[in-house]
Design a protein around this ligand. Structure first.
Ligand code: FEO
Length: 394
């Protein structure tokens, strides 16, 4: 682990977790991840912005010592989750005079999880500043990106925003800056989908709040630093908006190929109509790829056999993700092959109560066993309905 210069006085100390493949035992990490900490050297005082993930503390402390810094005045905690705060106790061991600067909610999170004494904190409010001499740290509360405690730290003199999880990406790479924008966009979109998407309305507010700031760099706590902030800011504006794209996500499972036959037929009809289709066989699906597709899609089709009296459990995962991540989806359709008990459409509707106000349910296609001629006609009708829902003027 090494420290690298963003500017002469601001160093990135990034704990690159090349091999990690699952975050919180939940989020797939095909590209690994990093936990970024930033050392800010002022003319009078020094500050460390966020720290590192506990298993990487020893390496992190070695890298911090290798910077040659002799005095640390502040440890800024932008967010209480331990991938950023976990190394605070170890930093305080080598710099016992440093104070932990954070907001009240984040202080609660930290004291619940880590052995940091109450009198080691300086609690800041929204907009408050702390001077390092020739640099001023300003704190902006940005709740729910990712937890209710999150804030950003801004240095006007260097036009740099430290955004913690906000704008992050799970990428383990040697690039300090987001030079490979295609790679970073894909990782940042996956990250947004899995972590930020439920908080779209907060994100829109935060983007407005931060808009007056002059920003040359956005330095998140995961993934590379953005030296072209408009790149990620524009993407976030698009992703967090309520405008969906004419895309159809089909989440399906088939047990005896009956559902697959219907999904294949429906896919062809939708493609004939020029609609973009993203298909996910939900058995063993990469949930990151699935949730990434939900960021933009106007339409989601759940295609499933009946298992006992409900959807296949792997399709339930997809329904649950749509529900908890509160995607901007407008239309939902159900395609179902059943043996003896019918109408899964109502069951699936009941599983999406948070989206009740925004969703329109298209007529389901419910088929007993093998799809027959009339069932294919029903799929033709569903394809027409999906097309018209996405092209209301046609
Ligand atoms: Fe990267 Fe919510 O912690």
């Amino acid at each position: 682990m090494i420290a690298r210069e963003i500017t002469e006085d601001i160093l990135s100390i990034s704990a690159i977790d090349w091999d990690r493949r699952l975050f919180d035992e939940l989020v797939p990490l095909p590209e690994g991840t990093s936990y970024n900490s930033y050392l800010v050297k002022g003319s009078e005082k020094n500050a460390l912005i966020d720290t590192a993930y506990p298993p990487m503390t020893a390496e992190y402390i070695a890298a911090l010592k290798a910077t040659g810094i002799r005095k640390l005045d502040y440890i800024i905690a932008d967010h209480g989750e331990q991938d950023h705060t976990g190394s605070i106790p170890a930093v305080l061991e080598i710099f016992p005079d440093a104070m932990v600067v954070t907001n009240a909610k984040c202080k609660d999170m930290i004291t619940e999880a880590l052995p940091v004494a109450e009198d080691k904190f300086i609690v800041v409010e929204d907009g408050q500043t702390i001077s390092l001499g020739d640099k001023t740290l300003q704190f902006f509360l940005t709740p729910w990106v990712h937890w209710p405690d999150t804030m950003c730290t801004y240095i006007a003199e260097d036009k740099i925003l430290f955004s913690c999880d906000f704008f992050g990406s799970h990428v383990a790479g040697s690039d300090l800056f987001a030079t490979n924008e295609a790679l970073v966009e894909d990782a940042a979109k996956r990250y947004y989908a899995e972590i930020m998407m439920p908080f779209r309305s907060f994100i829109r507010q935060h983007l407005e709040k931060l808009a007056p700031l002059q920003i040359d760099f956005i330095a998140p706590s995961h993934g590379p630093v953005y030296s072209r902030p408009a790149f990620i800011l524009d993407l976030y504006k698009e992703w967090a908006s309520d405008v969906a794209k004419k895309e159809v996500v089909i989440a399906y499972v088939s047990m005896y190929d009956n559902t697959t036959k219907m999904v294949d037929y429906l896919t062809d009809r939708l493609m004939e109509k020029g609609l973009s289709v993203k298909r996910f066989n939900m058995v063993g699906v990469d949930t990151g790829q699935f949730t990434k597709a939900l960021v933009d899609a106007s339409t989601v089709v759940f295609a499933t056999p009946t298992v006992l009296t409900g959807p296949h459990p792997s399709v339930v995962t997809g329904i649950y993700l749509l529900h908890v991540l509160k995607a901007k989806t407008k239309f939902v359709a159900v395609v179902n092959s059943y043996g003896w008990s019918g109408n899964l459409a109502d069951r699936i509707k009941d599983m999406l109560p948070k989206l009740k106000a925004q969703l329109r349910y298209l007529d389901p296609v419910l088929v007993k066993g093998l799809p027959k001629e009339n069932d294919y006609k029903a799929l033709d009708r569903l394809a027409d309905e999906i097309y018209l829902a996405n092209n209301p003027a046609s």
